[in-house]
Design a protein around this ligand. Structure first.
Ligand code: ASP
Length: 599
């Protein structure tokens, strides 16, 4: 090794020792006769002090150093002189006085500073990824990721799980996105599909008798990369035989709780055990199937009261069976009249972007003898107001927002308002992890566009046992045995008990618009496997990238991935994707069509 110690590990106990350290020049301070180098490697930073008089050769070498040069320093560890220790630095009580400073490699001036945490242009971050990854704060995330994955492997190994790799070159394993296709040279005109998840393969491993499988699996989904999505990402994927939904949930809950205790002990779990909420409950209260539970801002149904007020829109909507919901925003009603009108106008503009036609509100005065403010107060009798206040739990100084429309629009409005207000009023405590389970999802959603049912999870999810008859009579009523784990407004895991009988699986295909013929072509192997003694089984998958975001507090998925892609799915460093050579296309029997001709 070119080093005897890592920079970050030197302490007072090493004083007097002869050491050799190597790394990058983090900072250089030249004070004429005295040069200080902050030398950085993965473990941290150590200060090197070079005195021209005592170490003329080393001083000459150090004079030519620039940021990010790679250097080897051999010397003695000494205690820093009285009053010069740096308490910010773990190595701050010592420094290295060198006998030799050897430049192992020079560096061009980097396009951004490595020794700062300041914001870097996204394009530069991607193009010079290896430099961005050098930043200590980014290295921290990548190393945390390694530690978390290692923890998961150990945790599951101790519980009898076997890690099994499944193929990347496979056949469509749909999870609701488009497949990435890979042409086969050996079988002209045919394609592999990259798995959107190892869903079928892990179920087949249950048929094969492995009972407890897991994998840190790469998944590929060709979709528009909104927000925190990446075309390839990593999941903790697992499957268990002879289990009911509570068994899978208990396993994951234990894993998450232990992981939080180990990696972010300073963070608090909102509840323990995690709450279990039904899909209907979260949608009705929070308008989202992954609500952030760190704050309330829950919607309360007031259709029966508001529908009897004199406000024409409410009366009409209630008559048409549309819900009317109220959200209580603490303290916001107490702001001054002008300000209040401005804020509510802004909120109204916001909800219009998700399809609302307007936003009604009432501001409750802080003093009892003052009138309720807002355009709709006058349509409610005193009695109706009292009923309303009791239902919504209103306090003096609150602002009450009302929304009424088609149920789906109301959900969108509630979700949008909650997210917006929580951010504006800083209601989400960054030190709290609000894990909760969402259960009892509908098995299908109706797609108006396609005029068919879409699985709400995927086509292998088992209906809740008592709802199986609905597959024939009323598919929209069937609940799936699906469970999602949410945390702070994100879905961090999702799974289900699976169908393990051919007859039940066969009922699903026509409902989701697949002919039996096509289904057999694509999933015949699954149907066949189900006839050879398939055990009852279920599983779950959890996005590792999201988990690391939750643990590290990062809000952008790219900060927790070593080599992510841009919003266009590009790798700006290597320049992927890129055109193929004519020879390669020929080998694959592929002819290109001018992309501008795509209809
Ligand atoms: N395959 C599912 C997914 O990727 C998870 C599961 O059902 O286990 O979301």
């Amino acid at each position: 090794m070119l080093k005897t110690h890592h920079c970050g590990e030197l302490r007072l106990e090493h004083v007097g020792q002869h050491v050799s350290v190597a790394g990058w020049v983090h900072r250089r301070r030249d004070q004429g006769g005295l040069i200080f180098i902050d030398l950085r490697d993965r473990s941290g930073i150590v200060q090197v002090r070079i005195d021209e008089q005592n170490q003329p050769d080393a001083h000459a070498a150090a004079s030519s150093l620039r940021g990010e040069y790679v250097v080897q320093v051999a010397g003695t560890v000494v205690a820093r002189p009285e009053g010069t220790a740096n308490p910010e630095l773990p190595t701050g009580e010592i420094e290295v006085v060198p006998e030799s400073v050897v430049v192992l490699n020079a560096s061009k001036v980097p396009p951004f500073l490595i020794n700062r945490e300041d914001v870097v242009d996204e394009e530069a971050k991607m193009r010079y990824r290896y430099l961005y990854l050098r930043r200590p704060n980014v290295q921290k995330n990548i190393i945390l990721r390694h530690q978390v994955v290692k923890f998961i492997r150990d945790y599951l190994d101790e519980r009898g799980f076997v890690e099994i790799e499944t193929p990347i070159l496979f056949k469509t394993t749909p999870e609701g996105a488009r497949d990435f296709l890979v042409p086969s040279r050996l079988n002209p005109g045919t394609f592999y599909a990259l798995p959107q998840s190892p869903q079928q393969l892990k179920q087949l491993l249950m048929v094969a008798g492995y009972e407890r499988y897991f994998q840190i699996a790469r998944c590929f989904r060709d979709e528009d990369l909104r927000g925190n999505r990446q075309p390839e990402f990593t999941q903790l994927d697992l499957e268990m035989s002879f289990v009911q939904r509570g068994d899978v949930m208990a396993l994951i809950e234990g894993l998450m709780t232990t992981m939080v205790g180990k990696f972010v002990p300073e963070k608090q779990l909102l509840t323990q055990p995690f709450q279990r909420l039904t899909y209907t409950e979260v949608m009705e209260k929070y308008g989202s199937d992954k609500p952030d539970l760190r704050y309330d801002l829950a919607a309360v149904d007031v259709t029966d009261i508001a529908g009897k007020s004199g406000f024409p829109i409410f009366v009409q909507n209630a008559g048409e069976g549309k819900p009317i919901k109220a959200i209580r925003v603490p303290k916001m009603g107490a702001i001054s009249g002008m300000q209040l009108r401005k804020e509510t106008a802004n909120l109204e503009e916001l909800v219009r972007t998700v399809g609302a036609k307007g936003l009604a509100w009432m501001a409750i005065p802080e003093k009892e003898d003052e009138e309720v403010k807002g355009p709709i107060g006058k349509y409610f009798t005193v009695d109706q107001k009292l009923q309303l206040f009791a239902r919504v739990g209103i306090q003096p100084g609150d602002l009450v927002l009302f929304t009424s429309d088609q149920r789906d629009t109301v959900y969108m409005v509630v979700d949008t308002l909650r997210r917006h207000l929580a951010e504006k009023l800083q209601l989400a405590d960054p030190n709290v992890l609000a894990f909760a389970w969402v259960i009892d999802f509908p098995l299908f959603f109706w797609s108006e566009e396609e005029q068919r049912w879409d699985p709400s999870q995927h086509m292998f999810t088992m209906p809740v046992p008592e709802d199986v008859p609905y597959l024939d009579s009323d598919p929209g009523k069937a609940r799936g045995s699906q469970y999602d784990l949410i945390c702070n407004g994100q879905e961090v895991a999702g799974g289900s008990i699976r169908i393990h009988e051919r007859a039940v699986q066969e009922k699903i295909f026509p409902l989701i618009g697949q002919t039996m013929e096509r289904a057999k072509e694509q999933f015949g192997h699954m149907l066949e496997a189900f006839e050879y003694g398939t055990p009852p089984h279920g599983g779950i998958a959890s996005g590792i990238d999201r988990l690391i975001m939750v643990l590290s507090g990062e809000t952008n998925i790219r900060e927790v991935m070593a080599f992510p892609k841009t919003q266009n799915g590009a790798d700006l460093m290597a320049g992927a994707p890129s055109p193929a050579e004519a020879r390669q296309l020929e080998d694959l029997f592929i002819q290109l069509v001018d992309p501008s001709r795509k209809s």
